[in-house]
Structures are given as structure tokens and as C-alpha cells.
Write a protein that binds this ligand. Structure first.
Ligand code: KIV
Ligand code: NA
Length: 273
């Protein structure tokens, strides 16, 4: 049996030790994140972070599968969750199931994530009843950037709280094993965390949540611009800039490769000939 954590393990962590999560887009980073995280998300943010897209809207199922396969191969302990991209699940529960089944079969991931609250809850129920563990995602939902009019913090207007609370209740009731709360004001994130029976995973939603997630490249200091909620734990852009700069300088000076990095011919064995 696999030593991997499952969606059920994550669900059982409600109210317990905070759940640790990060994104991972390929085997190399998955291997490192796997040592520390409870689950890793192959987020459709990869379209912006790895492929230079302006939003997550153009991301395809094929892109998610390619990155999902890489992350599953590079990890062994953490649960791997793969995002369903824009356009691959919103039409109907049947469309969502077809996409989710394909993603699970082709990547070997243990769960999928999709965006939306009350309107997508029937789909969440349809999937969970058919063996697909679903992580929900409400609040600031980047796939809706074009109808939201930008990436905006949610819940600043208290009159909107009941709608967001209803979204959380609906996806929890429909069987999600957890719900990502993105870009929510702290008091609302705290209220929702108290109200639902499943773990809330915050991103820009305060420490009141049952767990946290960040985009790995953002917290490593690799992303050129990051939102206010990102704490930078590393300075990888600086480290890469300095390493690549040193290499370029040594190549130009012909000091790299020095003799220790060079293949010579085998030593001739002295003989009587
Ligand atoms: O795509 C993503 O990275 C996400 C997050 C919750 C960070 O959906
Ligand atoms: Na996402």
C-alpha cells in the first residue's frame, strides 16, 4: 500500500494541527516540497508562473496532465491535488466527471480542485459520489478574473458575507474534503472556518484557517511581483542571478571549465613495446 496521505486524511485534520500545503509544478520541486507538505497542489497558476500567461483562463487540461504526471513521479508521501482548468468542468457535472477521471487516470493524482461555491456544489456532489475527491476553492477565484474585474480581495463589504458563507456551506455540504479560501478578509475567513466541518486552506485569508497554501515560486522569491499576503522565505531569483552571472563571466574568461572538469585521454600504460 501507498504511504501517501489521502483526501480523507486531510479532511480528518479539521481543527487539528494546521495543514501545510504548497504548489508544485514539476518533479524537481515536488521532491523538495514532499518532505514538508501534507498536500501539494498542481495549480493552474502554472500558466502564469511557468508559461508566462496573463491569467489562468488559457490553461488546458493537457498542460495540467503533463505537470501533474511530473509532480506525482517526483513525490511519494504528500497527497497530490490537480486543478481542473477553466472550461473543463463548468458546463455540467458529466463534463466535470469526464475531465476529473481523465486527470486522475493519466496523472495518478489523489484529488482534483475546482473553483466555485453554490453554483458548482451539485458538481462537487456528483464527483464525490463517483469516487473523485474534491478540494473546493472560493473567495477570490482567479478563473473568474474577467467577470470579477481583476484580482480583488473578497469580503471587504460586510453585506457580501452571507453569500460567501453560503458558498462555503454549499461546497462543504456537497462533500468537498476541504475548501481553499483565497483573498478573504480575516474576520470572514475566521467565521467560515468556524462554520464548516471541513478544513479551510487559506491563501491571503489569515492564520484563522485550518491550513495554509502559497505558490512555491512566490514564497521562494522567484516571482517578479507578489501579492501582499506572500511572505518571501527565500531569495532564489538573487541566487540564480548570481550563479548564472558567475558562469557567464567564467565562460567569457575561459576559466570555466578548469582542468578538473575536463575529460583527458586514458593514461598510456608503460609497456615493453
Ligand atoms: O493555482 C493555484 O496555485 C491555486 C492556489 C490555491 C494557490 O489555485
Ligand atoms: Na488554481
Amino acid at each position: 500500500q501507498s504511504r501517501r496521505l489521502t483526501a480523507v486524511d486531510i479532511a480528518n485534520r479539521k481543527g487539528g494541527e494546521p495543514i501545510v500545503s504548497l504548489t508544485a509544478y514539476h518533479a524537481h520541486t515536488a521532491r523538495l516540497v514532499d518532505r514538508h507538505a501534507d498536500f501539494m497542489l498542481v495549480g493552474d497558476s502554472l500558466g502564469m508562473v511557468m508559461h508566462g500567461l496573463e491569467s489562468t483562463v488559457p490553461v488546458t487540461v493537457e498542460m495540467m496532465i503533463l505537470h501533474g504526471q511530473s509532480v506525482v513521479r517526483g513525490s511519494e508521501r504528500a497527497l497530490v491535488v490537480v486543478d481542473l482548468p477553466f472550461g473543463s468542468y463548468e458546463e455540467s457535472p458529466e463534463q466535470a466527471f469526464r475531465t476529473a477521471a481523465r486527470v486522475m487516470k493519466e496523472t495518478g493524482c489523489g484529488a482534483i480542485k475546482l473553483e466555485g461555491g453554490r453554483h458548482i456544489a451539485p458538481t462537487v456532489r456528483y464527483l464525490t459520489e463517483r469516487g473523485v475527491p474534491v478540494l473546493s476553492h472560493i473567495g477570490l477565484t482567479p478563473q473568474s478574473v474577467n467577470t470579477m474585474g481583476g484580482f480583488k480581495v473578497q469580503g471587504r463589504d460586510e453585506a457580501k458575507w452571507p453569500e460567501l458563507e453560503a458558498d462555503a456551506a454549499a461546497v462543504a455540504e456537497a462533500g468537498s474534503f476541504g475548501v481553499v479560501l483565497e483573498g478573504l478578509v480575516e474576520p470572514l475567513a475566521a467565521r467560515i472556518t468556524r462554520q464548516v466541518a471541513i478544513p479551510t486552506i487559506g491563501i491571503g485569508a489569515s492564520s484563522a484557517c485550518d491550513g495554509q497554501i502559497l505558490v512555491l515560486e512566490d514564497m521562494l522569491g522567484l516571482s517578479p511581483r507578489v501579492p501582499k499576503f506572500v511572505k518571501t522565505y527565500g531569495r532564489l531569483a538573487d541566487a540564480i542571478d548570481s550563479a548564472v552571472g558567475d558562469y557567464a563571466q567564467e565562460v567569457r574568461a575561459r576559466t570555466f571549465p578548469a582542468p578538473e572538469y575536463v575529460y583527458g585521454m586514458p593514461k598510456k600504460v608503460a609497456s615493453g613495446e
